[in-house]
Design a protein around this ligand. Structure first.
Ligand code: AVI
Length: 322
């Protein structure tokens, strides 16, 4: 079964790479950055002072933990705290610690595609909080959400932190939220982190750090294609390029070919030609304001119950309900 899932993922990766590099303009999906090396590079990005998102959300949770957990526990005989894309759990631990203090019944259900990430998280939680009931679920978000019990007496609160929603296009984000909404009952909630529009320079700096970590993160797409699909991308022949449109709030990442070059992808039996300065679009990181979130929520059959922000209004966490 696991073997099947892996080969299915690999086959999808191969197909998406083929479609994306044969398209005009070329594109690749940022979801493929996250192999073991990509996860490690993202951890490093989250430590960068330029990448303000993590610290802002951490501050929001820390400053508002009593009020946030009180809302989570409202009308809940029993609570499932479900986290999509659990990561290292650093931010979630603030909430878990606060929930423990209340002596109320709850379970923490982290969902992640990575077995490795879940095992590490479970291990660190069992050392730090041995009394918390942790039910890790390895798989894709929606497959796993279907396996979670929901009833009149069990309230599900879905955490989707880190502005991960920003890596989806508008249509993808609405489909994603609408699918979550469909599975929600009664008092269920979504607690979602959304990076906000701000000085464009601050945003550009966050996605173009001078240490080259974001560059390596972006180029990990090519490195993964080299490794998994037997290709010969020369990473030095590409530059990482970031643009931000303050009107739409969309930050876009590209890899730009410095020269005319031909790349061979053996496993796909494919040769790809690049013109000098031709682009591969790799990621969007959408920045929001309240009207934008209200609009997405409404299109998905949801509404904003309340919101929390940091002192600079760089980042917000919204509670969405049906
Ligand atoms: C995971 N995601 C929310 C990050 C973001 O801010 O879009 C990924 C990232 N890309 C470059 N730096 C961080």
């Amino acid at each position: 079964m696991e073997q099947n899932t892996i080969s299915k993922t690999q086959a999808q990766f191969a197909q998406d790479v083929k479609d994306g590099l044969m398209a005009s303009p070329k594109h690749l999906s940022s979801k493929y950055i996250y192999n073991q090396k990509g996860d490690m590079l993202f951890e490093r990005i989250m430590e960068l002072s330029e990448y303000y998102l993590t610290e802002c959300e951490f501050d929001i949770l820390n400053k508002n933990k009593e009020q946030i957990t009180a809302l989570f526990l409202q009308n809940a005989a029993s609570l499932n705290l479900v986290e999509l894309g659990a990561g290292n759990g650093k931010k979630t631990k603030i909430i878990l610690k606060q929930l423990l203090k209340t002596n109320r019944e709850f379970r923490y259900v982290p969902i992640d595609i990575s077995d490795n990430a879940l095992a590490k998280l479970k291990n660190s939680l069992s050392l730090e909080f041995p009394n918390i009931k942790v039910i890790p679920k390895q798989g894709t978000y929606f497959n796993m959400l279907e396996t979670i019990e929901s009833s009149e007496t069990i309230k599900n609160v879905i955490l989707f932190l880190g502005s991960n929603i920003g890596n989806l296009t508008r249509d993808q984000a609405i489909i994603f939220l609408a699918k979550l909404a469909k599975g929600m009952h009664g008092n269920d909630m979504i607690f979602i982190g959304c990076d906000q529009k701000k000085n464009p320079q601050t945003i550009l700096n966050a996605y173009n750090d001078p240490h080259g970590v974001t560059e390596a993160f972006n180029k990990n797409l090519l490195e993964r294609i080299n490794k998994d699909l037997n290709a010969n991308f020369n990473l030095d022949n590409f530059i990482h390029w970031e643009v931000y449109d303050p009107e739409s709030g969309t930050a876009k990442s590209y890899l730009v070919s410095k020269t005319a070059q031909r790349v061979t992808i053996e496993s796909l039996d494919l040769e790809i030609d690049f013109k000098a300065w031709e682009t591969i679009h790799t990621e969007i990181s959408q920045k929001y304001d309240d009207a934008h979130i209200a609009d997405l929520a409404q299109a998905a059959g949801l509404r904003i119950l309340t919101q929390f922000s940091d002192d600079k209004n760089y980042f917000k966490n919204y509670i969405l309900i049906k």
